[in-house]
Design a protein around this ligand. Structure first.
Ligand code: SF4
Ligand code: SF4
Length: 179
């Protein structure tokens, strides 16, 4: 008797499923939405004038539990300036064969240079193409930005950049951020 009951219960599940709307994802033609805070591909951000936010400090690399980040910092000069302050990230690489998407690197970054996007389409068939350098990680330049190297905004200090006082038009000191 219990076997008949079990069979009827099983067929009941099948019967109910027959009238449900199919949930087929049309990937890759129609990539589905991801959660707003999904940890996808990283991005190295820029200030409003185009200078890079990364200062080459390597804190992200030290924070990474998978040893997936490699950074080589270098000195800015007045002729060759890529970021405000003394240093910039000359070499920056993330190995996506190692990355586990934990986000500890972005928590460690002192300038918010490193964030994560929602882009998850990073599959490939060889190792070297999965090691992303600055060419793939740097945020694209917008129309208002000037490609580095170039000087800091007129009359500004590196602290103005860190405090958010720089717009595409130059230095704008906000009363609440001015010491
Ligand atoms: S998300 Fe995690 S594993 Fe990936 S690079 Fe950052 S710290 Fe390393
Ligand atoms: S991304 Fe951030 S933590 Fe990593 S080297 Fe650049 S400034 Fe430092």
């Amino acid at each position: 008797m219990s076997r008949i009951r079990d069979a009827l219960a099983g067929f009941g599940v099948t019967f109910k499923t027959m009238f449900k709307k199919p949930l087929t994802e049309q990937y890759p033609e129609e990539p589905g939405p991801v959660a707003a805070r999904y940890h996808g591909r990283h991005q190295l951000n820029r200030y409003a004038d185009g200078l890079e936010k990364c200062i080459g400090c390597e804190l992200c690399a030290w924070a990474c539990p998978a040893d997936a980040i490699y950074v080589e910092g270098a000195d800015n000069t007045e002729q060759q300036r890529f970021s405000p302050g003394e240093r910039y990230g000359q070499v920056y690489q993330i190995n996506y064969l190692r990355c586990i998407g934990c986000g500890l690197c972005i928590e460690a970054c002192p300038t918010r240079a490193l964030t994560m996007t929602n882009d998850y389409e990073m599959a490939d068939d060889n190792r070297s193409d999965l090691i992303y350098g600055k060419d793939k990680l740097l945020a694209p330049l917008t129309a208002e930005m000037t490609p580095p190297p170039h000087g800091m905004a007129a009359g500004s200090t590196d602290e103005d950049y860190y405090r958010g006082n720089i717009t595409a038009d130059g230095l704008t000191r906000h009363p609440e951020t001015t010491p």
